[in-house]
Design a protein around this ligand. Sequence first.
Ligand code: PLP
Length: 387
Amino acid sequence: MPSDPFIPLSEPWLAGNEAAYLADCVATNWVSSAGPYVDRFEGMVAGAVGAAHAVATASGTAALHTALMVAGVGPGDLVLTSTLTFIASANAIAYTGAEPVLVDADPATWQMDPARVAAYLAEDCAPGPDGPVEKASGRRVAAVMPVHILGHPVDMDPILAAARAHRLVVVEDATESLGARYKGRAAGTLGDLAAFSFNGNKLVTCGGGGMVVTGDGALAARARHLTTQAKSDPVESEHDALGYNYRLTNIQAAVGCAQMERLDTMVAARRRIAAAYRDAFAGVAGLAFMPAADWAEPVFWLSTVRIDREIFGADRRAVLARLAEKGIQARPLWQPLHRGAVHGGARCLGGAVAEALQDQALSLPSSGSLTDADQARVVAAVLACRA
Ligand SMILES: Cc1ncc(COP(=O)(O)O)c(C=O)c1O
């Protein structure tokens, strides 16, 4: 008996013009870090989210690093970000020489807790010449970087209000949430700058890539400058700052353009998959589908469940292992950054909610191309784990 085919967590869905556009790159010899697809891809992403400017980058991490540099974050600064996120969020902060202040998740949304951000700024910081200064360390707080995890937006209004009151720049890590909306506004247009990722596991991919988006033309120009080695003369090889080769290639952008043509279809597919999981698990004791706030239009990049071992009869580690045995790829949420080796020394505001989510949550196969039959296999395999 052949074993059932493998069901991945989140795989690329290359069902459009990807091959044709790649062939065009080869035919025209436009394969490197400039070309018509790069311009078009930037325009498509800017148009889709409703941002005035977009600058393509080699990865989402590069986009975050660039956005933070452009926001004026530098050595010795502090930046508020989520503790429950992929490590790249905090790594990008560290690349600037700044250090994260980690914020626990809100149990109602699993996203950065706005109340903790506001309380920290009000109680633990004092006004300084360039923004708030953390009283305990004397360090400037330069920015807040909310992360819209799993395709669901952060509750941004209280964070934006606190940022405005304390003169903080807001950089959104929107890498997981292309297409999501907060009170009708697109994730990626809520702060001063935002970063998207087009890594292979994301809703839209170009193999690997990222994008900085902003409504501010001067910030966009600075981002483009820094991502292209800060070249200051169009002909002479002269440079006026420490720049980076963070450019996206035309080949990658070609794939990205083909993907963006199908953005609506891909978002609809993830939402359909999420609805099917939610329906299938409704009423199953000890198994809760991820929250969706009534002000949110999530894209459900990864459909995720929370498993209460006592009630369900198996913990998420056991479910993960049982699914793996059946050729089904699931993934726990990230180790909260305050518990990790790299950013464990950073201050964390709370942390227990994120720890509980890491302990209990499991992301299930969510590829846009997931068939109904394969999703039924996943559901059956999860339910079979009940004691
Ligand atoms: C929350 C978050 N931030 C940043 C990144 C970094 O993006 P990339 O892998 O494109 O560098 C990712 C995804 O990989 C992510 O999920």
